[in-house]
Design a binder for this molecule. Sequence first.
Ligand SMILES: NC(=O)c1ccc[n+]([C@@H]2O[C@H](COP(=O)([O-])OP(=O)(O)OC[C@H]3O[C@@H](n4cnc5c(N)ncnc54)[C@H](O)[C@@H]3O)[C@@H](O)[C@H]2O)c1
Length: 247
Amino acid sequence: MGRLNGKVAIITGGSRGMGASHVRRFVSEGAKVVFTDILVDEGQALAAELGENVIFVQQNVASAFDWEKVVAEAEAAFGPVNVLVNNAGIGAPNKRLEETTIEEYQRVIDVNQLSVFLGMKAVLPSMRKTTNGSIVNVSSLAGMVAFMNQSSYVASKFAVRGLTKAAALEFSQYGIRVNSVHPGSVITPLTTNDLTKEMAAEVNKAIPLGRAAQPEELTNLVLYLASDESSYSTGSEFIADGGLSVQ
Ligand SMILES: NC(=O)c1ccc[n+]([C@@H]2O[C@H](COP(=O)([O-])OP(=O)(O)OC[C@H]3O[C@@H](n4cnc5c(N)ncnc54)[C@H](O)[C@@H]3O)[C@@H](O)[C@H]2O)c1
């Protein structure tokens, strides 16, 4: 018996990285999954590999129009949506606040923060048709503590944490739980590209567990929050950072 049997889930940013790990595991735990991304080739290849219980939809998470399309496609294919994982996100240039342009700031806010507002708003009518919805918003350790030269990213991820709590209060009357996940350093294309790998290497030195996480280690947490096993948790922060924030 899968831990997500009978659930319909939407996962954003599922073409690669942590999102792809969530998609794979959700399917193996019995969910029907609609995943979205701007990376079309990777998304279509993953959907083809995983079979009939998975659909890929091209989406820019910062577009309200795209969100309507995604929820409509999910409902048409699989029925009302039980789970939403707002995972898609981008990094920010490693720049001091005074050097950051308004356009750079706004882009990070749109993709990391506005997207979460739009996703929760768009999915609510569908999720209200179910009895036990769960929304998992992927913030960051940067939503708990600040990091140097990351003002837009930190602002976007703190906002996701706050939005999560605000939505948890409002949605509890519909039996919908809303929680945030705060990964520390995870080995994905986001942290291993040329722009970010030096910064990540610096952060990794300070991790008490002595290493960055594999995506699957975060999937375990997201799976728990998506499933009914976390039935009494809402409006809470779930940190998985190898102890980075302890000292
Ligand atoms: N990797 C880490 O160390 C780390 C740490 C803390 C938080 N996070 C967060 O975890 C989430 C997943 O990150 P990841 O490390 O797997 O990164 P990743 O870059 O491997 O994956 C992110 C996915 O989001 C997609 N995406 C980007 N912009 C999009 C848009 N406008 N619309 C739709 N999809 C879009 C990308 O194409 C990509 O497939 C992000 O929200 C990130 O901020 C990552």
